[in-house]
Design a protein around this ligand. Structure first.
Ligand SMILES: [Zn+2]
Length: 115
């Protein structure tokens, strides 16, 4: 697995993930569709917040299980804790340095259909 660094737009929030990008996901739930999010799923042990934890704030809705993080300075969504698997993060791949989605398969997940 490789290590990738990521950040929000204002650079307050910096993080690092380890992944080999088995797939990327999109989601049609009410929040992901508004964010137009393209994500990779990473276990919490493979995800490290390097700086800016104090700049992160969370938004929750519906069951309040998923934690949607965003930077309170620039408003960018870098990652969220998933509702169906709370020990996993969905990471916004467009926040990763030098990331190229290339030929990684993209799977559309059904968020709208989850009650
Ligand atoms: Zn920021």
């Amino acid at each position: 697995m490789e290590t990738y660094k990521g950040s929000c737009h204002c650079q307050a929030v910096q993080f690092e993930i380890e992944t080999d990008f088995p797939e990327l996901t999109t989601c049609d739930c009410s929040i992901c569709i508004r964010k137009n999010a393209l994500m990779v799923k990473v276990h919490e042990s493979k995800m490290k917040i390097l700086s800016g934890e104090e700049s992160l704030t969370t938004y929750t809705f519906h069951t309040h299980t998923a934690q949607h993080y965003f930077c309170r300075v620039c408003g960018i969504y870098p990652f969220h804790r998933k509702r169906v698997a709370p020990d996993y993060f969905g990471v916004n791949v467009h926040c990763l340095d030098g990331f190229d989605p290339g030929n990684i398969p993209i799977r559309a997940t059904d968020g709208k259909g989850m009650d």
